[in-house]
Design a binder for this molecule. Structure first.
Ligand code: NVA
Length: 366
């Protein structure tokens, strides 16, 4: 019996990780939590169903290559077991035409120490996504006597969980930014809702983005679940679509974080870092003007890197500005091509979930 699950942050030496798979991925139909994410002029608008097979194959080739690069560096890699996502989700509270994918494991699984929590996700199309990871979690449970396998309270995702008519394509970008500043998001406080990728783990401190995919009730749940931790609700006012913290605020090593220059951490929260001698550096500008086709994320996936240890980071190979900045910040950079995977749910950090990093629960902000 060995210790399999342990991870307290995103930068200690990575030893074991899950890398997603794109098989059977679908564009889901619109639903209350998602309809705005498809730009009005996108070919995805109004369309849903299985993604084109050649795009799935290209994404899988890059995901397999990521797995290979990690294994060559001594990191153990596990892969999920995709379901046939092109099936409706039907519960007593809602029905939606298809599921989505299990490509971005970072959204679904949150590792805190020896615990992995299946998140309380707000998208109806992602309701069953955790099932793709069950064979792995079951194996960890059988092999690691200390592994805590948890699931956040399952949300019902009834109509009460969303503000209706929140998304209206006539709303301007400026109005969206006002909504973010006012913390006016599509989800209500009816029940606990969060995506794991909204949670930034820094030892005893969890910085949790309040936005379109994570609500206040989730913060309260984390406070009660982890009474010895400090839970910080963070907002980034410059983000018109605040979903997931890992293209906004990305730690590289103890004492160093890159922050999206369009989505700056507010002054009051910067103080927590500055008081403890952490440096917050504006991230380099993305090399691309547009995300790839059929992609939900922004060009800021440039920042969505995978840190292997305090000196080593994997960055998308065409993100030349980000590569250069990492180098200047003293990191050894491993460039790998990954843009074909972006449309399936994000970048290098999104596409992985920590199982084991060396290290313990540090107090970086005493
Ligand atoms: N909402 C983010 C995705 C982060 C992985 C962005 O598109 O910038």
């Amino acid at each position: 019996m060995t210790k399999i699950v342990n991870s307290w942050n995103d930068f200690d030496p990575l030893k074991h990780v899950i890398v997603g798979r794109a098989d059977h991925s679908c564009v889901p139909p619109e639903e209350p939590a998602t309809s705005e994410k498809v730009p009005i002029d996108s070919p995805m608008r109004g369309m849903w169903g299985p993604r084109p097979l050649e795009t799935v194959e290209k994404a899988n080739a890059q995901l397999d290559n990521l797995a290979r690069v990690l294994e060559e560096r001594g990191v153990k890699v596990d892969r999920p077991s995709p379901l046939q996502w092109n099936q409706p989700v039907i519960t007593p509270d809602f029905r939606t035409g298809s599921m989505m994918t299990c490509m971005p494991p970072r959204d679904t699984l949150l590792t805190i120490g020896n615990e992995i929590i299946e998140a309380a996700m707000s998208f109806r199309c992602r309701y069953w996504e955790y099932l793709a990871f069950r064979p792995l979690l079951s194996q960890y449970f059988n092999e690691d006597p200390e592994f805590l396998w948890s699931q956040a309270p399952r949300p019902r995702l009834s109509d009460k969980s969303y503000k209706h008519n929140y998304y209206d394509e006539r709303i301007s970008l400026e109005e969206r930014l006002v909504r973010t500043a006012n913390k006016d998001f599509v989800t209500t406080e009816e029940e606990i809702l969060f995506d794991a990728a909204d949670v930034l783990r820094l030892g005893k401190d969890l910085f949790i983005q309040h936005g379109l995919t994570t609500n206040r009730k989730a913060m309260e749940w984390f406070k009660r679940k982890y009474p010895d931790f400090r839970i910080h609700a963070v907002n980034f006012p410059g983000d018109p679509y605040p979903i997931h913290i890992d293209a906004t605020f990305v730690p590289l090593r103890p004492g160093l974080i890159i922050n999206n220059p369009h989505r700056k951490l507010p002054e009051a929260q910067r103080k927590i870092f500055e008081k403890n001698d952490w440096q917050i550096v504006d991230a380099a500008m993305p090399a691309h003007k547009e995300p790839p086709p059929l992609c939900y994320s922004s060009v800021w996936l440039s920042m969505n890197c995978l840190v292997l240890d305090h000196k080593t980071v994997i960055v998308e190979a065409s993100e030349t500005n980000q590569l250069e900045q990492m180098d200047k910040l003293g990191m050894n950079v491993i460039p790998i091509h990954f843009r074909d995977a972006y449309a399936f749910g994000g970048g290098l950090h999104c596409s992985t979930a920590d199982v084991y990093r060396e290290g313990t629960c540090e107090d970086y902000f005493p």
